[in-house]
Design a protein around this ligand. Structure first.
Ligand SMILES: Nc1ncnc2c1ncn2[C@@H]1O[C@H](COP(=O)(O)OP(=O)(O)OP(=O)(O)O)[C@@H](O)[C@H]1O
Length: 654
């Protein structure tokens, strides 16, 4: 005989939580279905486990599944599972109370939080689970029977202060949760949860990888007019004959399967589904971590960069799941910005379903996961470089620029990233080099890695700074990505070898063992300095507006002059970049270096000796400076003036 219906009060904290839920902490109400499906999935897991461990439990586990049922007339949506179920006491304990410690103080904090985002992230710390049903329903009925018992229980509440509980006969093992839906209200984020397309969409988005089938009796093909449509046109004709239930989720939690059981074709298909890429990934990384914080990760390195890789709001490609339940896209806590092109899934086992981005950012375990994932991705890239140089070169072409951002962002992995760097070099016009290869080719006595930055290869190769290096056979890296300007400025060395821009500081190739570093050469040099002292002094004052120093050069063989910076000066490109970003900078003056053996310089030297006051000399000084600027691809401060001076000079020579 059925016992009478009892009306019980919710525990005080539960009541408060329900109020918060009903008065909407979540702007996204769709997640209620995710929560209920997740509970159902847990219940199926539990039943299967129990049937395996308890041979006395007489239940049929041959068709464990979740069923979604819609009754349009009654405006109800039911989530039914044939899982473990609950006893009456379970229902009172689990549904009527919140057993989690610290609930009261957390609730107080949530109420104090003025900001909805803060409230949402706080509540994410324990999750609303079942109660989220009250976001979309004004009444919820739960019917359940625990496996191994005969007695069913019916529970019902409108989410206010009380609930009713009664014995219910004839229930199957498992649980059904029936939501008496509030009217759809787009403004309040309430979707039409009676519409097949809407349910299908939510399941696809949040629960596709639940490993139990999620079924729904959908209309026969052709009558589901609203299928997939955002505007949610109502489904087919009233009373259309229901077809066999359709399984809405793909159930392919590939990441949860052992690597040995998954084919590359399956990985590729999965990659394409999550990335919307039509090509195959370049690399697949599948890992599982056991121990205190368990998770599975399935990551992919795409073969091609997305078009928006450098746009300001490119999203990161890693999704977070908690026990097969989709939690969020673009999980920035799991992947650093410079690996934003990596796609995939991380399924963590011990997180709340309502974990927020904020919480993830500060979670020590998540930080540890991220560190490990980064190491895995970098290791995969390194392996590829050793195993397939050609494929690696292609990948570097796509993602090299972004990976180099890592040199600035992720100092912990700077050494590994430097190992990955691939750069054009004067050694081979066709093939890029690694830093390791560069170092192996260094001349005896050379301890620095020479490089030159610039806008493009041709400009860098033809720059006057290259002359002595080319003449003396020193290899120079040709760095033409904007980010190169920055990282070379901040990363001091690779494997103990300093990076040295050949456009900066004093370059004294003669000091190297194979150079001409004899005493004789030194004496000759000192003599030359003395000879030119007067000219250099005069040029310093004449060009004071443009340069901070004028000196003799050891880097030039064919050009008359070039401009260089001090070791810590900004390069002209970097200066331009900072200005473009709106930064105010004092003008960066550079150093003019003259080639003492060039006929123009020797002639100027003679002319200055003969008549230091000759007015034409000033024009020539300006032209020498302007030509040096042009030769490195720089911008003349006053092109019209330069052209006029040049035209005058040319006229005089004819
Ligand atoms: N469909 C169900 N079948 C069996 N037990 C259920 C079902 N739904 C809920 N329960 C029980 O009720 C408990 C409370 O559910 P609720 O969704 O509020 O929180 P949770 O699932 O434990 O936590 P969270 O949702 O944050 O992961 C569950 O732990 C489970 O024991």
């Amino acid at each position: 005989m059925a016992s009478p219906t009892e009306t019980l009060e919710f525990q005080a904290e539960t009541r408060q939580l329900l109020q918060l839920v009903i008065h909407s902490i979540y702007s996204n109400k769709d997640i209620f279905l995710r929560e209920l499906i997740s509970n159902a999935s847990d219940a199926l897991d539990k039943l299967r486990l129990e049937s395996l461990t308890d041979s006395d439990l007489a239940v049929d586990t041959s068709d464990l599944h979740i069923m979604l049922e819609v009754d349009r007339e009654a405006r109800t949506l039911t989530v039914r599972d044939n899982g473990i179920g609950m006893t009456r006491d379970d229902v009172v304990d689990l549904i009527g109370t919140i057993a989690k410690s610290g609930t009261a103080s957390l609730l107080a904090k949530i109420k104090e939080a003025k900001d909805a985002d803060v409230a949402q992230s706080l509540i994410g710390q324990f999750g609303v689970g079942f109660y989220s049903a009250f976001m979309v329903a004004d009444k919820v009925t739960l019917r359940t029977r625990r496996a191994g018992t005969d007695q069913g229980t019916a529970w019902e509440s409108d989410g206010e202060g009380t609930y009713t509980i009664a014995q219910a006969d004839g229930l199957p093992v498992g649980t059904s949760v029936t939501l008496h839906l509030k009217p759809a209200d787009g403004e309040d984020g309430l979707g039409d949860y009676l519409a097949t397309w809407k349910i299908r969409q939510i399941v696809k988005q949040y629960s596709d990888f639940i490993r139990w089938p999620i079924r729904m009796a959908t209309e026969p093909v052709g009558t589901d007019a609203g299928s997939g449509a955002e505007d949610g046109a109502e489904e087919g004709a009233e009373g259309a004959a229901a077809s066999a239930p359709e399984t809405l989720n793909s159930m392919k939690a590939l990441w949860a399967r052992p690597r040995s059981e998954v084919t590359q074709a399956e990985y590729n298909e999965f990659y394409q589904q999550i990335s919307h890429d039509w090509q195959e990934p370049a690399e697949t990384i599948h890992m599982r971590a056991e121990g205190t914080f368990e998770y599975e990760a399935l990551l992919f390195i795409p073969a091609h960069a997305p078009f928006d890789l450098f746009s300001r709001d490119t999203k990161r490609g890693v999704q977070l799941y908690v026990k097969r339940v989709f939690i969020m896209d673009d999980c920035d806590a799991l992947m650093p910005n410079y690996l934003r092109f990596v796609k995939g899934v991380v399924d963590a086992h011990d997180l709340s379903l309502n974990v927020s981005r904020e919480i993830l950012q500060h979670d020590r375990q998540i930080t540890a996961v991220r560190r490990r994932l980064v190491k895995k991705v970098l290791a995969a890239l390194k392996d590829l470089r050793t195993s397939n140089a050609e494929a690696y070169a292609k990948l570097w072409e796509q993602f090299g620029r972004v990976l180099k951002e890592g040199l600035l962002e992720d100092r912990d992995n700077a050494d590994t990233l430097l190992e990955l760097v691939s750069a054009a070099s004067t050694h081979d016009a066709q093939a890029p080099t690694t830093l390791r290869e560069y170092v192996e080719r260094m001349k005896d006595g050379q301890d620095t890695i020479y490089y030159l930055t610039g806008e493009n290869r041709q400009m860098v190769e033809n720059s006057p700074h290259m002359e002595a290096f080319t003449a003396k056979g020193y290899e120079v890296l040709i760095l033409t990505d904007p980010v190169d300007e920055v990282w070379t400025d901040q990363i001091p060395a690779f494997d103990g070898h300093r990076f040295q821009s050949i456009a900066k500081g004093q370059v004294d190739l003669d000091d190297h063992a194979d150079g001409d570093g004899s005493d004789e050469a030194k004496a000759e040099k000192a003599q030359r300095e003395e000879d030119f002292a007067a000219l250099l002094g005069w040029l310093r004052s004449t060009l004071a507006e443009h340069v901070k120093e004028v000196r003799l050069s050891t880097r030039l063989t064919t050009s008359a002059a070039c401009l260089v910076g001090d070791a810590h000066d900004l390069t002209p490109t970097l200066e331009k970049m900072y200005r473009a970003m709106g930064q105010e900078l004092p003008p960066v003056k550079r150093i003019l270096e003259l080639n003492p053996t060039h006929p123009l310089v020797t002639a100027l030297h003679q002319a200055h000796k003969a008549g230091p006051e000759t007015p034409a000399l000033t024009d020539i000084a300006e032209l020498v400076h302007g030509s040096a600027l042009l030769a490195e691809g720089g911008d003349l401060p006053d092109p019209a003036r330069f052209t006029r001076l040049l035209t005058d000079r040319l006229t005089h020579t004819l």
